[in-house]
Design a protein around this ligand. Structure first.
Ligand code: NAD
Length: 475
């Protein structure tokens, strides 16, 4: 199929291209130039997409799961055919280096392929005399997907693949900052899924709240900040929407004294700075044992000098810009406060220079107090505090002292010890000697105010279903 990935963006509703009279500009964060003008949905466009999704639901849900999986597998192959264009577009709208954009698109394709092999098991209970009981997972209805701007392709596929394979229909919305790739995914889906099954709507800040309060949407799968997650929960109460909320995090990295410093420097650095620090599970507070603090912090600061910041479309760039002006301003505010309170910097620390593009220096803060804002708040950008610790009990208590509970990492040679420490962390995921290992096979979700529910794995697939128990009297 012929699609021009770099012009003409339309929404997908009821299997058709939909445009609007109102328009929105989309900027490239590396140049601040307008790269596209996209539709801006009004309430009537959302209503039409939801109505189409409701109309398509009974027939889609009634299809055998294998038939839905076949279509999802074909969708994965269509994405694979256009992976290069999707990656180039992703770099333009999001800012990340092209190599990282390619990785993200490959991840999205992998998710679609994996979910097209999954099944929803039926539990049979025949241990109760006179009863034969089956417990199955049945689709919910219309799912509303809401996606953030840090991983616009991957995190969209985390919703699209399980929602549709499980038998729901979908209305999905990108962030207004990064709508282009998801609009193109909608275009790729046309003609493959029955009309109304897969709808993509985009617009301004009003579309999200319209979705979360919409009586025609049965579930919201939301990825974004904790502050917005609270609003989603409140607004979804009207028709008791099912909710999956993947929210913010303030992940601790714990570096034990037995690590081999030259080996861990690079992965540790990127556990905080990959995607310009704009990852829900980036290391946002790095606790380093006092015995190795000086050597490792110096090694991290030295490594920072090798980073090449710039437009992600250019060869050799390893760190792109911050994704949008609001986030850039927030980070500048955080940095100004750190400077005013006299914190020391091992790298960066200077205010970004004026010019085109939201480029922010890699900033490493030297052992700030635990109550400094750079420690207590999710920076979601390239600012990392390094903190000294002495004992395991102390570092576990400090790591757990957060309203968030998304992920965390432990770096150690003694992996048995690391696993024992992992059990004491109050987070949805703990990675040992690695960061960001997410798999469609394994559940991912936040504890505390980092979220509700899970994505991925069988647990994640089941979040797109209701449980139905059928009880037959046999005697
Ligand atoms: P955000 O909460 O500002 O926006 C997320 C999405 O929600 C966007 O599509 C936005 O348009 C929409 N939205 C905004 N206000 C809304 C409202 N009132 N009702 C419904 N929808 C609304 O988040 P962001 O700035 O795009 O993303 C960054 C945040 O996302 C960070 O806190 C990060 O940690 C978190 N995040 C979490 C995960 C995870 O899996 N837990 C993954 C990625 C990002």
């Amino acid at each position: 199929m012929s699609i021009d990935f770099f012009s003409q963006y339309t929404m997908t509703s009821d299997g058709e291209a939909v445009d609007t009279a109102q328009r929105l500009d989309v900027l490239n964060p590396a140049t601040e130039e307008t790269i596209a003008v996209i539709p801006r949905a009004g309430k009537e466009h959302l209503d039409a997409a939801v109505a189409a999704a409701r109309a398509a639901f009974p027939a889609w849900a009634a299809q055998p799961m294998d038939a839905r999986k076949e279509i999802m597998a074909a969708f994965a192959e269509r994405m694979a055919l256009h992976a290069d264009e999707l990656a180039a577009l992703l770099t333009r709208e999001q800012g990340k280096p092209l190599a990282a954009a390619k990785e993200e698109v490959a991840g999205g394709i992998h998710w679609a392929r994996h979910f097209s092999t999954m099944t929803l098991p039926v539990a049979l209970i025949d241990t109760i005399p006179g009863q034969r009981i089956s417990v199955r997972s049945v689709p919910l209805g219309v799912v509303g997907g809401i996606v953030p701007w840090n991983f616009p392709v991957l995190l969209a596929l985390w919703k699209i693949a399980p929602a549709l394979v499980a038998g729901n229909t979908l209305v999905i919305k990108p962030s207004p900052f990064t709508p282009l790739t998801l609009l193109k995914l909608g275009e790729l889906a046309r003609g493959l899924f029955p009309a109304g099954v897969f709808n993509v709507i985009c617009g301004g800040d009003d579309v999200g709240p319209w979705m979360t309060s919409h009586p025609g949407i049965d579930k919201i799968s939301f990825t974004g900040s904790t502050a917005t997650g609270r609003k989603v929960m409140e607004s979804g109460a009207g028709n008791l929407k099912r909710l999956t909320l993947e929210l913010g995090g303030n992940d601790a990295a714990i570096v034990m004294p037995d690590v081999d410093i030259p080996t861990v420097v690079e992965p540790l650095f990127w556990s905080a700075f990959f995607n310009c620090g704009q990852i829900c599970v980036a290391a946002k507070r790095m606790y380093i044992h006092e015995e190795i603090y000086d050597e490792l912090s110096q090694a991290l600061a030295d490594y920072a000098k090798s980073v090449r910041t710039g437009d992600g479309a250019q060869e050799g760039i390893t760190l792109g810009p911050v994704q949008n002006r609001q986030q850039f301003a927030r980070l500048k505010g955080m940095l100004a406060e750190a400077r005013e309170s006299g914190l020391r910097f091992l790298a960066g620390g200077q205010m970004p220079e004026a010019g085109k593009g939201y480029f922010f220096p890699v900033t490493i803060v030297d052992n700030p107090p635990d109550d400094a804002k750079v420690v207590t708040e999710e920076a979601f950008g390239p600012i990392l505090p390094l903190l000294k610790f002495k004992t395991i009990d102390e570092v576990v208590a400090r790591a757990n002292n957060s309203e968030y509970g998304l992920g965390g990492t432990i770096w150690a040679k003694d992996t048995d010890h690391a696993q024992a420490v992992a059990l004491r962390l109050q987070t949805g995921t703990v990675w040992i000697n690695q960061a960001f290992g997410v798999f469609p096979e394994a559940a991912f979700g936040g504890h505390k105010q980092s979220g509700i529910g899970t994505e991925n794995g069988l647990d994640g697939l089941r979040e797109y279903t209701n449980t139905q128990t059928i009880t037959l009297k046999t005697a």
